[in-house]
Design a protein. Structure first.
Length: 193
């Protein structure tokens, strides 16, 4: 296996979440259900009393379910089962992404958490705008960085200069997928401003 393939694999492992917990829970529930049915079947075949329902009684109740239950309850149970099925299928198909980003590095897999990036970007924006730490917040998503500046009233901040400083800084990280940068002034979006 080449080093670049290994680096790609390690990067993917660190940026995508595993489905092992969901698989274990689903498998455990199915295993318990199957074991219960096997125990009931063995107890029925040996002539012993069932734990909860004998297989014959379970079959009768299942067949009579449509006539003995209110249609609204059946539709509600069906809707819950469909939603559960959709959740399980989507969890199996869709990629689970962690809030992490991969830095381009030919020698090793370098992964940075989005909160760490947001903290560094807030510091750069704060220095470019000349603001206090509590006056700058930033968030990093999969494709973009959003910086919110909240200067003291009456003080103007050049958002374009801050955006250029943040853009220059983020391009220095050499992320595999570059991030678009947006900078807004909280006073411009405040009610009554």
């Amino acid at each position: 296996m080449s080093q670049s393939t290994l680096i790609r694999r390690l990067s993917r492992r660190e940026t995508h979440s595993a489905r092992s917990a969901l698989s274990i829970v689903s498998g455990a529930v199915l295993l318990i259900l199957i074991l219960w049915l096997v125990v009931e079947l063995v107890l029925s075949m040996t002539g012993n009393a069932p734990l909860t329902l004998s297989p014959a009684e379970l079959a009768e109740r299942t067949a009579a379910l449509a006539t003995d239950t209110l249609p609204a309850a059946l539709w509600g149970a069906a809707a819950v089962l469909v939603l559960l099925g959709l959740v399980l299928v989507s969890a199996a198909i869709l990629p689970g992404r962690k809030s992490r980003h991969v830095l381009a590095n030919p020698r090793s897999a370098v992964v940075v958490d989005s909160q760490v990036l947001a903290g560094a970007i807030s510091r750069i924006a704060r220095n470019a705008a000349g603001l206090a730490p509590e006056q700058v917040t930033s968030s990093v998503g999969r494709k973009r960085v959003h910086v919110v500046l909240d200067p003291a009233s009456g003080r103007a901040v050049d958002t374009e200069a801050v955006r250029a400083a943040v853009q220059k800084h983020t391009s220095g990280y050499e992320l595999r997928r570059p991030l678009a940068v947006s900078v807004t002034n909280a006073q411009d979006t405040a009610v009554g401003a």
